[in-house]
Write a protein that binds this ligand. Structure first.
Ligand SMILES: Cc1cc2nc3c(=O)[nH]c(=O)nc-3n(C[C@H](O)[C@H](O)[C@H](O)COP(=O)(O)O)c2cc1C
Length: 155
C-alpha cells in the first residue's frame, strides 16, 4: 500500500510522531509549511484565531500528489479544538484527492475528538485509523503509535 504522511508542526511535537510513523511504515512524508508565520506568542494568538474562525492560509507548494497514494495519513496539532490552519488549508485544497484516510493529532489535553472528526468531515472520508496524543502521553507514545500502525497494516 503506497502511503503518504502529510503533517504540519509548529513546535515539532507532531513532527516527532510523523517521523516515527514514517520510519516504521517506510513511507513518503510531506511537511506543510505556511506562508504566514505562526511563530512565537503572536503566532499562537493568530493561530488560535484563524483555526477557531475556520480561516485558511496560503501554504507553500506541495511536492507530492495525494492522488498517487492509496493512503494519506494526516497529522496536525490541535489548535482551538480543531486542526491547525495550514492543515485545514491543505485539506480544503487536496482533501478530495485522498482515497483512504488515517489521521492523528497532538494536543495539550483536549479538543482531539473534535479535531479528528473535523478532518473526516473536511475530506469526506471515514478514517481507517485515528490516534491522538496528549502532552503527557507524548513522553511514552510507543504503544499508541504501535496500535495505530497495526490498524493500518491489518486493514
Ligand atoms: C494556536 C494554538 C491553539 C491550541 N489549542 C489547543 C487546544 O484547543 N487544546 C489543546 O489541548 N492544546 C492546544 N494547543 C496545544 C497544541 O495542540 C500542542 O502543544 C501540540 O502538541 C503542538 O504540536 P506541534 O509542536 O506539532 O505544533 C494549542 C496550541 C496552539 C499553538
Amino acid at each position: 500500500m503506497k502511503t503518504l504522511i502529510v503533517y504540519y508542526s509548529r513546535t515539532q511535537q507532531t513532527e516527532k510522531i510523523a517521523k516515527a510513523i514514517q520510519k516504521d511504515l517506510n513511507c513518503d512524508i510531506e511537511e506543510i509549511t505556511a506562508e504566514k508565520k505562526y511563530d512565537g506568542i503572536i503566532g499562537y494568538i493568530k493561530g488560535g484565531f484563524d483555526a477557531g474562525a475556520n480561516r485558511v492560509c496560503e501554504i507553500n507548494k506541495v511536492t507530492k500528489n495525494p492522488e498517487n497514494y492509496d493512503l494519506v495519513i494526516i497529522g496536525t496539532p490541535v489548535w482551538a479544538a480543531t486542526m491547525a490552519t495550514p492543515i485545514y488549508s491543505y485539506l480544503k485544497e487536496y482533501g478530495n484527492q485522498i482515497k483512504n484516510l488515517a489521521s492523528f493529532c497532538t494536543c495539550g489535553s483536549s479538543g482531539y475528538e473534535k479535531t479528528l472528526n473535523k478532518i473526516a468531515k473536511t475530506t469526506g472520508k471515514t478514517p481507517i485509523a485515528t490516534m491522538y496524543l496528549t502532552k503527557d502521553e507524548m513522553e511514552n507514545p510507543e504503544e499508541k503509535i504501535n496500535n495505530f500502525e497495526n490498524k493500518i497494516n491489518n486493514r
